[in-house]
Design a protein around this ligand. Structure first.
Ligand code: NDP
Length: 242
């Protein structure tokens, strides 16, 4: 289904971290649907047809400047996907303050900065879709991932608070919780950990970036107008019971 809005015109979409991995697949999906797509990135390149703006989500001023540039080119952002994220895995007793702070500042506070800036024009337009990319680990937990898990669980409370605050203004806020998706982030995990995840996934396979893009595309579509504050797992059944 096209992500075009109720009036049938292409929407202004921003995906953070669209230069690689899951974010790149999401950005490409919106381009294929005919939307005006922008992405913030720090390195590499962006998919063809996507407006790339260099910005670090840990920097409020950079996020603000990126939105201003995107608004000038594509108009106010109507669909925002907070996807940028990092891991700094370490066992609890050895985890440094820096490892904890970096992950929370990027994954949780970064999503906050992006959602806050996006909300301004969405409130004015009385329309908007906010999608936060969390993880199965947010509610399932993961050894060595106290920082990452806490940052991703926080996104659930964030989406639900946004829903309560802005739900009456035509704005939805949802969480997509991918399981084990085949990207650079998961390829970096020790082989033993990859094997034990695979054994626990009812679908019997790791996910593809396109699996996540499909869920995001749906949440941004007219058909998802009445879905807000939801956590949509894309994990082959790994985290059932969330
Ligand atoms: P990658 O490591 O492949 O990509 C991470 C992306 O985040 C890159 O585009 C990167 O940009 C961007 N990014 C990281 N830090 C910052 C920052 N400070 N400012 C701006 N951009 C930043 O990860 P994935 O594609 O695998 O993951 C994407 C999202 O999905 C993340 O939030 C991740 O936690 C989540 N996720 C991934 C799963 C998986 O199995 N792969 C499972 C569950 C959730 P740059 O390259 O420029 O640094």
């Amino acid at each position: 289904m096209s992500v075009s809005d109720e009036t049938g015109s292409a929407r202004s979409v921003l995906v953070t971290g669209g230069n690689r991995g899951i974010g790149r697949a999401i950005a490409e999906r919106f381009v294929a649907a005919g939307d005006r797509v922008a992405t913030t990135y720090r390195s590499g390149d962006v998919p063809s047809g996507v407006l790339g703006v260099v910005a670090d989500v840990r920097d409020s001023a950079a996020v603000d400047a990126a939105f201003t540039e995107i608004e000038e080119a594509h108009g106010p952002v109507e669909v925002v996907v907070a996807n940028a994220g990092v891991t700094r895995d370490q066992l609890l007793m050895r985890m440094s303050d820096e490892d904890f702070d970096t992950v929370v500042d990027t994954n949780l506070a970064g999503s906050f900065r992006v959602a806050r800036r996006a909300s301004k024009s969405m409130i004015r337009a009385r329309r908007g879709r906010i999608v936060l990319i969390s993880s199965v680990v947010g509610l399932y937990g993961g050894p060595g991932q106290v920082n990452y898990s806490a940052s991703k669980a926080g996104l659930v409370g964030m989406a639900r608070s946004i829903t309560r605050e802005l739900g009456g203004r035509g704005i939805t806020a949802n969480v997509v919780a991918p399981g084990f998706i085949d990207t650079a982030m998961t390829q970096a995990l020790p082989e033993k950990q990859q094997e034990s995840y695979l054994a626990a996934i009812p679908a019997g396979r790791f996910g593809a970036v396109e699996d996540v893009a499909s869920a995001v595309e749906f949440l941004a579509s007219p058909g998802a107008a009445y879905i807000s504050g939801a956590v949509i797992p894309v994990d082959g059944g790994l985290g059932m019971g969330h």
